[in-house]
Design a protein around this ligand. Structure first.
Ligand code: SF4
Ligand code: SF4
Length: 293
């Protein structure tokens, strides 16, 4: 199974809109499965017209652990407080107390405890499930429980789920999280193509460069789409020059069009809301297929 990750660095540049339309066009030619890896704010399924009630399963999962202290064993030495890099332990009435929202489950406190009073326990830090789109392919999705960590591992679970849903699929389309952190790395690792969506603004340009650093580190084939290209000629030129100088294919330039926002409010992919866009998405699809098959 080949995999294509759509990522952006900067949020709000149209990544999920582009992922939705691209998936639909890919599904007309190939057998596909979809993974919504934006686990902090998953919304790709909305663009396929799916509501939370359409999820066949929506189960809690645990990809994280937190420390738990047995007060009966604790001798109050304070080693755990001093050793916690995340400042997740404080002393209260001579006993250490764990702040569950700060604990990263690293296990250091357990290692330094002379009384074996600390253990790590699993926490349900996300929900995961899947739905069947009306376009004939499934989508796996997850949502991190607010305030919890471990999103990178949750992303890996979403990819695993998407692959199990259709093990015969030719392609997995991955809608990656915004940014360049752990969930993005988990979204693009071992993929065959990264489609970078950017917009011509100083932050769009700088976040694209950061995202490209991650993509280049993994030596993944890549291409760029500039969304809202007509809003800022200077930065569009800058992105085009960068792509040319670094031998990165510019796959499309999409103009600013409020139809993109309208299509989201109507829970429709843009190629259905405004079919004129099919042509440009078809070109993006063809270029990517050429690269990965
Ligand atoms: S498991 Fe790690 S982060 Fe959590 S309290 Fe212990 S040392 Fe701190
Ligand atoms: S390291 Fe162990 S014994 Fe010492 S304060 Fe922490 S829990 Fe108690």
């Amino acid at each position: 199974m080949r995999s294509i990750a759509v990522l952006s660095g900067k949020g709000g540049v149209g990544k999920s809109s582009i992922s939705a339309s691209l998936s639909i066009l890919l599904s007309k030619e190939k057998n596909i499965t979809c993974a919504d890896c934006d686990v902090d704010a998953s919304n790709l399924s909305l663009l396929f017209g799916l509501y939370p009630k359409d999820y066949v399963e929506w189960q809690p999962i645990s990809t994280n652990q937190i420390a738990e202290i047995n007060e009966e064993r604790c001798i109050g030495c304070g080693n755990c407080v001093d050793s916690c890099y995340f400042n997740a332990i404080t002393f209260n009435n001579f006993y250490p107390e764990i702040n569950r929202f700060k604990c990263e489950g690293c296990g250091m406190c357990k290692l330094v405890c002379p009384a074996r009073a600390i253990k790590l326990k699993d926490v349900d830090n996300a929900h995961i499930g899947f739905a069947n789109t009306k376009y004939g392919f499934p989508i796996a999705s997850a949502q991190l429980v607010p305030g919890n960590s471990g999103s990178g591992k949750v992303v890996s679970e979403v990819r695993k789920k998407a692959s199990e849903l259709k093990s015969s699929a030719d392609i997995m389309l991955i809608d990656a999280a915004a940014g360049v952190g752990c969930p993005v790395i988990a979204s693009i690792a071992n993929t065959d193509f990264s489609l970078l969506i950017t917009e011509p603004t100083p932050s769009g340009y700088s976040d694209m460069l950061k995202a490209l650093e991650v993509v280049n580190h993994f030596k993944i084939k890549r291409g760029i789409v500039i969304n809202k290209y007509d809003l800022n000629k200077q930065y569009t030129n800058k992105i085009e020059d960068y792509a040319k100088a670094n031998n990165i294919k510019l796959l499309a330039k999409i103009p600013y069009d409020k139809s993109f926002v309208e299509s989201i409010t109507h829970m429709q992919p843009i190629i259905e809301y405004k079919p004129e866009y099919t042509k440009v998405f078809d070109l993006i699809k063809k270029e990517i297929l050429k690269e990965i098959f």
